[in-house]
Design a protein around this ligand. Sequence first.
Ligand SMILES: N[C@@H](CCC(=O)N[C@@H](CS)C(=O)NCC(=O)O)C(=O)O
Length: 119
Amino acid sequence: MRIIDTLRSGNCWKVRLLASFLNISLERLTLSIDRGDLKSDTFLARAPMKKVPVLELDDGTNLGESGAILYYLAQGTPFWPERSDEQSQTLAWMFFEQEEHMRPLSKLRLHRKRLVMAP
Ligand SMILES: N[C@@H](CCC(=O)N[C@@H](CS)C(=O)NCC(=O)O)C(=O)O
């Protein structure tokens, strides 16, 4: 399996973190937002949601959305609970993170870093 990621993306980091907890070795293709890699036809053809992270499976399937990728990796492991009420609570925190953390905080952090680090 291979992850297409970028260096400053928390969404990509979450996927790499879970993979490391599960001892799943991921090949890595690290792109640069600053260089415009995410606008390239090659990337857009591979990325179902047109954003990173993308998880490329060995059969050629490409998965997008960090939460969906986490779900894929966590299936059958202690990171995905068996009881449906616990699954629901897990999903609630994943949705909370995207809506309440990523949108107002992480995006701000990413754009601030880009401005500070821009040449
Ligand atoms: N909800 C998506 C958000 C993905 C996302 O916003 N990725 C950013 C990097 S963290 C990206 O690809 N930005 C480039 C762009 O929007 O063109 C997820 O969790 O995977």
